[in-house]
Design a protein. Structure first.
Length: 93
């Protein structure tokens, strides 16, 4: 059964706090979490670009939604990088 994606909210968007929480629990973060966050952000970009160009007022909520996706993507990539550093002493991210 998949886990709820609440790590971002629980840690207030702090990759370092989430990393320590995962380490305490002995948990792992699969690499596909950051890829899914990226896909969510990229899926909104075409619609966002259209609304930004047209100046529609409804773009405000879409910009905020896109920003949240972007922050989550960075968050998950940060956790992945910290895990790589802890395990291998280097990261490819």
């Amino acid at each position: 059964m998949p886990r709820e994606a609440e790590l971002f909210e629980i840690s207030n968007g702090s990759a370092a706090d989430a990393f320590w929480a995962l380490m305490e629990q002995g948990s792992n973060m699969p690499p596909n979490w950051s890829e899914r966050a990226r896909q969510s952000r990229k899926a909104k970009e075409k619609e966002l670009a259209k609304k930004l160009k047209s100046g529609e007022l409804s773009m405000v909520m879409l910009v905020k939604e896109w920003e949240t996706y972007y922050r989550k993507e960075c968050f998950y990539r940060g956790i992945r990088a910290l895990m790589d550093l802890a395990r291998k002493g280097k990261t490819d991210i």
